[in-house]
Design a protein around this ligand. Structure first.
Ligand code: HEM
Length: 147
């Protein structure tokens, strides 16, 4: 029985990391879409194509990936009894930052679809550092478990 549970834990972790990759891909791609989108004239056919691309990226990849990463992550946390670990607290904080960033991107996509272009391309490119730095903190915490 112990062996079955250990194997199940590894399958959970494999699924978790696979959907982490999908989620991260979306978090890096979407701000890029925003940059190119904002180079298209408002109301143009190209503008409508970008609105559609952003909607599909969120609906087909990013929202499902976010849900699966959280569900499998929490299942791993419960079965591994990691709640009290310092590394897990820092990881969870960093994941909450990444999740808040995901919601901000969703709101920005809705604004863009309504023709509201709040940030310059330069600022959007700068924002793309957030998932990179956060993911580095998360992966170091979960693999090295420094405390
Ligand atoms: C959404 C909330 C998340 C929770 C609750 C969570 C929780 C966990 C737990 C408990 C483990 C197993 C640790 C072990 O067995 O050593 C794990 C593994 C892992 N997590 Fe997460 N995680 C979450 C999100 C993320 C995100 C966003 C990333 C990357 C950006 C990530 C990257 C990883 C990696 C790479 C592993 C495998 C570590 C190893 O094999 O040692 N996780 N996660």
């Amino acid at each position: 029985m112990q062996q079955v549970l250990a194997m199940l834990y590894l399958w959970l972790k494999a699924g978790h990391v696979i959907f982490v990759i999908f989620w991260m891909a979306g978090l890096f791609m979407l701000p890029r879409f925003f940059v190119y989108h904002q180079e298209a004239p408002e109301g143009s056919p190209e503008n409508a194509i970008w609105v559609d691309r952003e909607r599909k990226l969120m609906k087909i990849i990013m929202w499902p990936a976010l849900v699966v990463v959280w569900v499998l992550g929490l299942l791993l946390t419960v079965s591994g009894e990691w709640f009290t670990q310092g590394w897990f607290h820092v990881k969870l904080l960093a994941v909450l930052v990444l999740t808040a960033y995901h919601f901000w991107l969703a709101a920005y996509a809705q604004n863009l679809a309504a023709g509201i272009r709040k940030l310059s391309g330069k600022k959007l490119r700068l924002l793309n550092e957030i998932p990179g730095v956060t993911a580095a903190i998360i992966v170091i915490m979960v693999i090295v478990k420094p405390f």
